[in-house]
Design a protein around this ligand. Sequence first.
Ligand code: NAG
Ligand code: NAG
Ligand code: NAG
Ligand code: NAG
Ligand code: NAG
Ligand code: NAG
Ligand code: NAG
Ligand code: NAG
Ligand code: NAG
Ligand code: NAG
Ligand code: NAG
Length: 422
Amino acid sequence: MPPVNTHYRRNFRSQLVANRRINSTSIIEQQKKKWSIVIQVIKVIAAILVPIMIGAFTIIQTLQELKIARMQRDANKEQQVHDSLRVIQSRIDTVYDTFIGDLSTIVLKPNNNLTESELMFARAKVLLILDLIDERRKWYLIKYLYDNQLFYAESYNKKFINLDGADLSNVKFGITNQTSQDERKINLTGIRLSNIYLRNSSFENVLLNNATFERSNLTGTKFLKTTIQGVNFNNATLEYSTFIGFQVQHSSFRSAQSAYSSWSSVNDFHGNDLSNSNWTGTIFCDVIDHLHTSLFLVDNSFIFTNRFENVTMKSVSFVRVRFYRAKIHGKSDLSDVLFEESLICRTLFEDVCLQRSRFVKIKLVRLQFIRVNLNGSNLDMEQINKHFIDHSYLPNGTFKSSIFGVNLIQNGAAEQDVRETK
Ligand SMILES: *[C@@H]1O[C@H](CO)[C@@H](O)[C@H](O)[C@H]1NC(C)=O
Ligand SMILES: *[C@@H]1O[C@H](CO)[C@@H](O)[C@H](O)[C@H]1NC(C)=O
Ligand SMILES: *[C@@H]1O[C@H](CO)[C@@H](O)[C@H](O)[C@H]1NC(C)=O
Ligand SMILES: *[C@@H]1O[C@H](CO)[C@@H](O)[C@H](O)[C@H]1NC(C)=O
Ligand SMILES: *[C@@H]1O[C@H](CO)[C@@H](O)[C@H](O)[C@H]1NC(C)=O
Ligand SMILES: *[C@@H]1O[C@H](CO)[C@@H](O)[C@H](O)[C@H]1NC(C)=O
Ligand SMILES: *[C@@H]1O[C@H](CO)[C@@H](O)[C@H](O)[C@H]1NC(C)=O
Ligand SMILES: *[C@@H]1O[C@H](CO)[C@@H](O)[C@H](O)[C@H]1NC(C)=O
Ligand SMILES: *[C@@H]1O[C@H](CO)[C@@H](O)[C@H](O)[C@H]1NC(C)=O
Ligand SMILES: *[C@@H]1O[C@H](CO)[C@@H](O)[C@H](O)[C@H]1NC(C)=O
Ligand SMILES: *[C@@H]1O[C@H](CO)[C@@H](O)[C@H](O)[C@H]1NC(C)=O
């Protein structure tokens, strides 16, 4: 092994030699060398740059080609989707055709001759097909079943296909695109639509006499220019539903959940039963009763023969709705109710909560308040004293009874009305 000393010395000597050489070269030579290095670097860069540029061009071109290819592919895919949709569509058409064929044996049989098993078979088939088809076809299918008398309410004593639990949401029943001259209506008299999902569906220009919607979910459903006579809405959900321009007569809304619905321009509302139903936040606007208009010379009366018992009408608005000889009773809750531009005539409020009720631009004639809570109402005593009031809380919270408190009967005619209603 060489001593460490020797190694160090050799290194030192080579450094000395290098130093001597630098000292001996001229400044010009140094400059020349510098320049040649610069030129060489430029050459190298140029040499590299050209292929880089070519490469970049190639990359751009490739990207462009890829893009075109992708667009081509997208177009192909779109075509494929379109094709497969068409295939699905034609398959649905085939399934639908087969289904209609399968049903023909049932359709051709007299209704009375249908057996339970045939109806079960039809139910299974219909429920299956309803899962496949769109809303327009669903309407055609329902119409087909109805026209073949397979979809009538129980009261018609016909055998029916039970569609409990079927989903007919968003289906448009009737004629949706009618011109004003065209008064045609689709006749769906006696149709059975019980226990069915009918959310956001619509009934337009339809006759729904004696139809049944018992227990169905009609949330957000619209009834437009539809005649509703003897219809059963018992236990149905009608929240956020809309009723515009039609008649509602002798129909039953018992235990219906109808909160936040909207009724307007209903030109014949009478003989209906609204017991135990919930109409919280509903707006009744221009709802009138034509039948009794002519009989009693009271224009636009409302709730003449309608049954209001144990009804929840919290925060309901009655706008331009006239009450004539109405009876609102049986623990009905009308707190925060608004009566606006309305006439309330010879109407009985019995066992009713009218807390915080607001009466705006209204005319009150011969009213009776029996066991009524008017606490917080905007009615003033001058108005109230014109009517019969008994066992009730006044707007200032004071309890008044005609026996033990001040006798508030001021209007002689009111007494007569009390006897009349008893
Ligand atoms: C229907 O049933 C009756 C007797 O119940 C029978 O006479 C008639 O032939 C049946 N009709 C058909 C088309 O099956
Ligand atoms: C409604 O009527 C218009 C013109 O009358 C027509 O162009 C449109 O296709 C119709 N829409 C439907 C859903 O029938
Ligand atoms: C609607 O159909 C029922 C039978 O389903 C019929 O009694 C009634 O007369 C029809 N109404 C109209 C206006 O055509
Ligand atoms: C009904 O319509 C409302 C509002 O347009 C929407 O929020 C809701 O999801 C719809 N419901 C159904 C079952 O289509
Ligand atoms: C009815 O449908 C609405 C909307 O889909 C839903 O929120 C509600 O729970 C349903 N009500 C009943 C009683 O099924
Ligand atoms: C149809 O309703 C009317 C009352 O609007 C009633 O007299 C008639 O008996 C009902 N018909 C059936 C089959 O339910
Ligand atoms: C509503 O449904 C409840 C529970 O199923 C039932 O007890 C009640 O009789 C029904 N009300 C009406 C009016 O059909
Ligand atoms: C009042 O109606 C509610 C449903 O809104 C029901 O639960 C209750 O039993 C009814 N009360 C009477 C006394 O009918
Ligand atoms: C009435 O309906 C509203 C809205 O759905 C609900 O909040 C309220 O509890 C219901 N009231 C009764 C008495 O059923
Ligand atoms: C409430 O009003 C009645 C009738 O005007 C009056 O007799 C009674 O003193 C009032 N009560 C209060 C606490 O102001
Ligand atoms: C009347 O309303 C007021 C405030 O809203 C409340 O403090 C009072 O207890 C109510 N009185 C009665 C009898 O309900």
